[in-house]
Design a binder for this molecule. Sequence first.
Ligand SMILES: [Fe+2]
Length: 278
Amino acid sequence: MTLTVTPSGMACGAEVRGLDLSQPVSAELAAEIRNIWLAHQVICFPEQDLSDDDLERFTLAFGPFGDDPFIAPIPGRKHIIAVKRAADETSPIFAESWHSDWSFQEKPPQGTCLYGITIPPEGGDTLFTNQYKALAEMPADLRRRIEGKKAIHSAKNAYSPKGMYGAGDKGRSMDIRASDEAEAAYAHPFIRTHPETGRKSLFGCAGYIVGVEGMDQQEAWDLVTEVYRWQTRPEFQYRHRWQKGMLLMWDNRCTLHMATGGYAGHDRLLHRTTIGTA
Ligand SMILES: [Fe+2]
């Protein structure tokens, strides 16, 4: 089987054609896909026709399932969540701010898979930003200020009862379960070495990052927001346009991503799994 890889031409991202993911993925093919993924950070497979079983099987070719808190899985599945929005929904767009999935966990997921089932004719692009590139091009004085420091990550601003998706979040079709468990925090270095590529990358951003170890809150927030402005600059971004039947997989260890709107009046449905860290 010959895979065709077409880079996006933007800061990361590539399209991969030449395979049918409704069929089992051999260890050899998984290794080939993994190499393409590590090189491009975000890869998409257009024109697939996948069942939930296929999505689960594909995910497990790359690692164990991740632990997905705060969002209930779809009925009958433990590891698939529905990212969905009804045509008439008026609540804020889900995940319309930069983040690395579940970065507040002790072992955040290495990757995320997202499969397009109902895709609006316009809008709903997913934006990514390349955090190898953001670090490599970061001004030396800003880099010096985060070198060796640990950022404190927490889901509290999103998923605690007082958070964005907490008690005040009404009329949403996604099955989000806010919880006091979101108050927990975990520190990760701002700069991490990717365990597979050996390249240094920024990890996570303001949002799930809520502070810096050893710094008072105001000083920490000033630093975190300065880093945020740098790491989300347009020149580090890739804009992903969706099609029905497209599977996307991204590397949470070296990218950030965010959802966008622009499809009011249209239903949207994608199924998502996370690739955990073994
Ligand atoms: Fe996400």
